[in-house]
Design a protein around this ligand. Sequence first.
Ligand SMILES: NCc1[nH]cc(CCC(=O)O)c1CC(=O)O
Ligand SMILES: [Zn+2]
Length: 306
Amino acid sequence: MPVHRPAVKRFLDGPLLAPPDLSMVLLVREDDDTTAGPMPTVAVGEIPHLVKELSNVGIRSVKVFAGSRLRDSRASQGASPHGLMMRAIRAAKEADEQIAVMTETCLCAHTDTGECYLGGVAGVIDMAATAEAMALQAVAQAEAGADIVGPAAMMPGTTSAVRAALDDSGHKDVAIMPHLILDSVLYEGYRTAMGAAPASGTRAFQIPAGQSDTAVQAGVGFLDEGADMLLLEPAAFTVDTLLRIKAQRPMPLMPFSVSGEYLRLTRETDDGRDVDPLVELFTMLKRSGADRIITYAALDVARSLG
Ligand SMILES: NCc1[nH]cc(CCC(=O)O)c1CC(=O)O
Ligand SMILES: [Zn+2]
């Protein structure tokens, strides 16, 4: 087939990637927080303007991360109705009721250890208390207006606990998208930005990169617990897992292009941010069957697709 002819090439190529494919990551900070970190952050007060900008370019969703100033052994501030996460959700929804607000539901930005679970560094992991704390957080997020909550501790039992708590509190229509996380060096920028580095040095429940069956099994396990869709991270290194889960269980699958991908595959130029390598990555993800893509560069990518 003479596909090298420019007109034929252009005809067959078509735009595979479009703004509605993208969800914009928001790392939310308090309005008076001026600390400079490795990742772009957004102050709560800036959310309404940003959400309108996102809507204007055709982006239909945000994925919100927010930590607590006060951290303790129970991650108690994570479920506060006045917490940063809940204020961020309300700000996004007030700016545009139509925007799908997805949250991270986890303990690491609320515990004094930076661990995703309760129980302390040397102590035994308290799975029941962790599931309970995450369920409380999910309900608080739903009350604030979240559409999709995202258990991210990679702990079995947390998705079913979140589902039960949402159902019992009148939030049957709030969806759950657990994070399916492979161990990676690419989370460093995020952990620094959020002050959520684990005191133990590792994330006990994340899956070692060499274990392909374990990754598939964990994802299917979350679906069996009642997940409506799955987030896979890092986006670039979980494509095999995505393909295998998709073949087994056709559910919406969303790669999350994490901080390290953003930091290493984009760069600042004289006229804005060059995100071309991410456009290539996301195009490959769409070819591979990704339903949506969650990225810190959603706005820049949408604009570059212009
Ligand atoms: N709590 C799990 C979680 N939520 C977000 C990220 C990383 C996101 C990124 O790097 O952009 C992680 C992984 C981790 O901290 O180990
Ligand atoms: Zn966590």
